[in-house]
Design a protein around this ligand. Structure first.
Ligand code: NAP
Length: 487
């Protein structure tokens, strides 16, 4: 099968930091279908060789393990081409159409790695140049809009020129091996399904903590904030993976239908729940790994008076038979005490205690997403050391079963962008987000944004290197629970 992968924004940060390394890994692993071309587009006037030289130079900044040797790059570079295109100039699209038609590849993937403000114009121009054929696939990067209305406007513009099954909306979390293992845990194993419900689960915590700050993306982040950047997309997709019903088969729409039902069942916000169940924070100066770091308002590109949140903790509930009454806590933030993404499932305590157990010790399943990829099952066992004999045979101690997928399957596993790019080329939509899912997620977060816009208080400050404002711990403590690092 021949393919042309056209990267709009082929000289941009996303292209050289994520897409090119992922495509090179796929090439190195032999999984990139033979007979492909990767065509970078931008307004620069570059020849193919100049573009190859630019990408070669950029690879020097990529992780050593993902960097090609000179011979490897020469072979990979044969796939790379460049076409100068200004998205606002119809004539440039005619030239692109000529380049693509000359070859007539079986599949043409258009990857919009440019600012979302250019998406609508790009779609119109693609259609005007006759490039929206049945073998075209379009990849859209986040952020897909700023709110429900702008998201719907982009979806309308894209749907005007392509069918939904030609549109691949990327949420790179869905491409992570750890998230695919989460689906495998739930739907490839029978063990947990009978327990996966309100009768046995006390609460679920989805925590995506970053120790990094905004790096060089201050201006972008200051217009976005943690709710739009992490909750509307990644955290809600994780929540769907945890809460959805088993799909009837593994087809994309069967999976996406079930995720959509979860989003539709999310309990709507009320003035009370907005006041009590959403905490926003903003990092101030602090210490990360022994180094002093500046506060968010001092970051380059950030407005010194900004009220953009760098931290969100919230309590969601899913109003259906499986989950009614079970709190789902979501927490995400920058400059937190650790870079760690995990989901913790806290099971109900035993109904009638006959042992002495440490306070707060319950059966717990920890799904590690990042940096570790694995599972821990926390149990209670009868310790046999002297201390336990002294306490009497009735005392139990926490132990856990630990499954490390990186060790088990090796560290050369397929990365998120590599997996997603191969899926687009092969036309597999399972790990991409459908328009209705995305719109439903926006519909749910929008009242929070509205509430913040009209609230007179600013985000709560927290010191860099901590776990966020103490109000996030108070929120969960009101339910009698605690974040996993506090229990
Ligand atoms: P960037 O570094 O600013 O790159 C933008 C690219 O678009 C450049 O190649 C630029 O080249 C091209 N471009 C700009 N205006 C154009 C026009 N009128 N016609 C044709 N090409 C044009 O941006 P980025 O960081 O790669 O981000 C791209 C998109 O991906 C954004 O929506 C961003 O939010 C999203 N994203 C980025 C990352 C990341 O890690 N960077 C991660 C997730 C999502 P010329 O100026 O030479 O034309």
């Amino acid at each position: 099968m021949s393919f042309d992968l056209v990267i709009f924004g082929g000289t941009g940060d996303l292209a050289w930091r994520k897409l090119m390394p992922a495509l090179f890994q796929a090439f190195r692993h032999g999984s990139l279908p033979e007979g492909g071309r990767i065509i970078g587009l931008a307004r620069d006037d570059l020849s193919d060789d100049q573009y190859r030289a630019l990408i070669r130079e950029r690879f020097d900044q990529v992780d050593l393990a993902k960097r090609p040797s000179a011979q490897e790059f020469d072979r990979f570079a044969a796939l790379l081409h460049f076409v100068r295109v200004d998205l606002s100039r119809p004539a440039d699209f005619e030239r692109l159409a000529g380049v693509l038609r000359e070859r007539g590849a079986d599949t043409v993937v258009m990857y919009l790695a440019t600012a979302p403000s250019l998406f609508t114009a790009a779609c119109e121009q693609l259609a005007a140049a006759g490039l929206n054929t049945a073998n075209t696939r379009l990849v859209l990067e986040k952020p897909l809009g700023h709110d429900l209305e702008s998201n719907r406007a982009i979806n309308r513009a894209v749907r005007a020129v392509l069918a939904e099954n030609q549109i691949f909306r990327i949420d790179h979390y869905l491409g992570k091996p750890s998230v695919q293992n989460l689906f495998a845990l739930r739907f490839g194993n029978a063990l947990f399904e009978p327990l996966w419900r309100r009768d046995h689960i006390a609460n679920i915590q989805i925590s995506i903590a970053e120790s990094l700050g905004v790096e060089s993306r201050g201006a972008f982040y200051d217009n976005t904030g943690a709710l739009r950047d992490m909750v509307q997309n990644h955290a809600l997709q994780l929540l769907c993976a945890m809460a959805m019903e088993p799909p009837i088969n593994s087809h994309a729409d069967a999976i996406r239908d079930e995720k959509l039902k979860v989003l539709r069942a999310l309990k709507r916000w009320s003035p009370e729940s907005l006041g009590q169940h959403v905490i926003r924070g903003q990092y101030g100066p602090g210490t990360i790994a022994g180094d002093k770091v500046r506060g968010y308002r001092e970051e380059p590109g950030v407005n010194p008076q900004t009220t953009t949140e760098t931290f969100v903790a919230l309590r969601a509930e899913i109003a259906n038979w499986r989950w009614a009454g079970v709190p789902f806590y979501i927490r995400t933030g920058k400059r937190l005490a650790a870079g760690d993404a995990r989901i913790v499932v806290n099971f109900q305590p035993t109904p009638h205690p006959i042992y002495h157990t440490p306070i707060g010790a319950v059966n717990r399943l920890v799904i590690h997403l990042q940096p570790k990829d694995g599972l821990e099952l926390h149990l209670l066992a009868q310790g046999q050391d002297g201390r336990h004999v002294r306490l009497g045979a009735q005392a139990l101690t926490p132990v856990h079963l630990d499954l490390d997928f990186d060790k088990r399957f090796g560290s050369g596993r397929v990365g998120a962008y590599e997996r997603l790019l191969l899926d687009v080329i092969d036309g597999r939509l399972n790990l991409f987000v459908r328009a209705d899912e995305q719109e439903e997620a926006w519909r749910w977060v929008e009242p929070v944004l509205h509430h913040w816009r009209h609230e007179h208080s600013a985000p709560r400050p927290y010191a860099a290197g901590t776990w966020g404002p103490s109000a996030a711990s108070a929120m969960i403590a009101r339910d009698g629970h605690c974040w996993s690092e506090e229990c």
